[in-house]
Design a protein around this ligand. Structure first.
Ligand code: DGP
Length: 126
């Protein structure tokens, strides 16, 4: 299985500092920043700094340290923005669009954290 990673994708440029971003948290292996077109009061993107196309690429090829850091980063952000249910928050949704059917626009692995309003059921019927 091969993954073609485009080093000129917009998130690669953000990681290299060529495009500004509204950073929420940076760790050794991850960057989290606010989505440019927010769909909810809280809309944060979490990306690994490594060159991974999507979630299945990341899960298969990333190191244990990268994967742990990614999960811990999401958990920390949900606490920092006070949406985690354990702290009395109203909860959040994670979305990882990967490939065509879910319409992945940016071919660099990312997870959306959405929160701050009722988000409805998981999918709309079409
Ligand atoms: P997806 O469909 O899962 O690939 O979503 C990509 C998201 O990336 C989309 O919600 C808009 C966001 N986005 C695209 N370009 C930029 C950018 O230059 N800066 C930021 N902060 N977000 C961006």
């Amino acid at each position: 299985m091969t993954y073609e990673y485009d080093r000129e994708n917009i998130f690669a440029k953000i990681i290299r500092g060529e495009i500004p971003n509204d950073t929420v948290l940076e760790t050794e292996h991850c960057l989290a920043f606010r989505d440019i077109t927010p769909q909810a009061p809280v809309h944060i993107l979490v990306i690994p700094k490594g060159n991974y196309v999507n979630f299945d690429h990341f899960g298969a090829a990333a190191s244990d340290a990268e994967i742990v850091d990614f999960s811990r980063t999401i958990a920390k952000i949900t606490k920092d923005v006070a949406v985690d249910p354990a702290s009395g928050g109203n909860g959040y949704r994670l979305i990882a669009n990967s490939g065509r059917d879910p319409v992945q626009e940016v071919a660099h692995m990312h997870v959306h954290i959405l929160a701050g309003r009722p988000l409805g059921r998981m999918l709309q019927k079409t």
